[in-house]
Design a protein around this ligand. Structure first.
Ligand SMILES: [Zn+2]
Length: 288
């Protein structure tokens, strides 16, 4: 957890206050006054790996980000691979131990949260965890509580919006890093009109979005996707949360529904191929 040292003390205090008092508003941070806009200083590129169900990893110039990682032993959705490494869609901490690793979990359901993520802590020197609920009492983790939470350090910004449709807090993440804007929906299906208006105050558009794979207009997830795609125009939109065996019924209809709404952006289909990887560079997405 050595990178903790690099975080502005005021931010740490704000996080503690947030955790202790459940403060849900947006914390003012002194970083707002003098930080250089990351968009102008770093290349907007990332390598992206699909890690099963809603799990994705992104390597940006400065960070290695992991969202909603699960392993087969808990989810029973994927067979454990004998070579459980990044290229087969699993996190092997040995591969990423020298990187700045940030782990994001949207909510506690077992298809999004797997305690296996804690195994990495002892092997990766610079790792931090973000949760959309009070997942633990460990004060070193970041708990993004309340309807909209904010966490910032000098080169990473994290914003959440929240819903509760399944009886537990579910957040979606908007992460700004290295000039990239990344959105992970998790199972969020909240007050999307207001929430997307709010997110647009943080970023006018999105580079890479991970979205719930629903295209039928009767589902609320359709409205969430529609609003997000039409108003924030992701350059690459990955549908996720597709059960094994449902690939043919879900992936292509998602593409044919939403890609015509995207002004130059693309829908990217994983077909649940764990470990499949992509390269994003300044608005363009290609398969590795
Ligand atoms: Zn789910």
């Amino acid at each position: 957890m050595s990178s903790i040292k690099t975080i502005n003390c005021a931010v740490i205090i704000a996080i503690w206050l947030s955790a202790i008092y459940g403060y849900t508003g947006e914390e003012a941070t002194p970083l707002d006054n003098n930080k250089e806009p990351v968009e102008e200083t770093k290349a907007r590129e990332a390598r992206i790996w699909f890690l099963g169900h809603c799990g994705f990893a992104l390597k940006t110039p400065s960070y290695f980000l992991i969202f909603d990682y699960i392993e087969a032993t808990r989810s029973k959705r994927y067979q454990w691979h004998e070579d459980s490494i990044l290229s087969t869609g699993y996190i092997d901490p040995e591969e990423i131990k020298d990187l700045k690793v940030r782990v994001f979990t949207t909510h506690e359901h077992e298809d999004h949260f797997d305690p296996a993520i804690f195994k990495w802590e002892s092997q990766i020197a610079d790792i931090e965890y973000f949760f959309g609920w009070q997942a633990s009492d460990n004060p070193e983790y970041h708990y993004l509580l309340g309807s909209r939470a904010v966490w910032q350090c000098e080169d990473l910004e994290v914003y959440t919006i929240k819903s509760n449709h399944a009886g537990v807090p579910e957040v979606a993440y908007l992460v700004k890093v290295d000039g990239l804007v990344i959105y992970h929906n998790g199972d969020y299906q909240g007050d999307y009109e207001d929430d997307i208006t709010y997110l647009k105050t943080k970023a006018d558009s999105i580079d890479i979005a991970f979205l719930f794979c629903v295209w039928q207009a009767q589902w609320k997830y359709y409205r969430v996707n529609f609003e997000l795609i039409t108003r924030m125009q992701p350059k690459a939109a990955f549908p996720m949360h597709v059960r094994i065996g449902d690939e043919d019924d879900y992936f292509e209809p998602f593409r044919s529904t939403y890609e015509p709404m995207m002004q130059g952006g693309r829908v990217v289909l994983t077909y649940n191929t764990r470990g499949i990887s992509f390269y994003y560079n300044r608005d363009q997405i290609t398969q590795d």
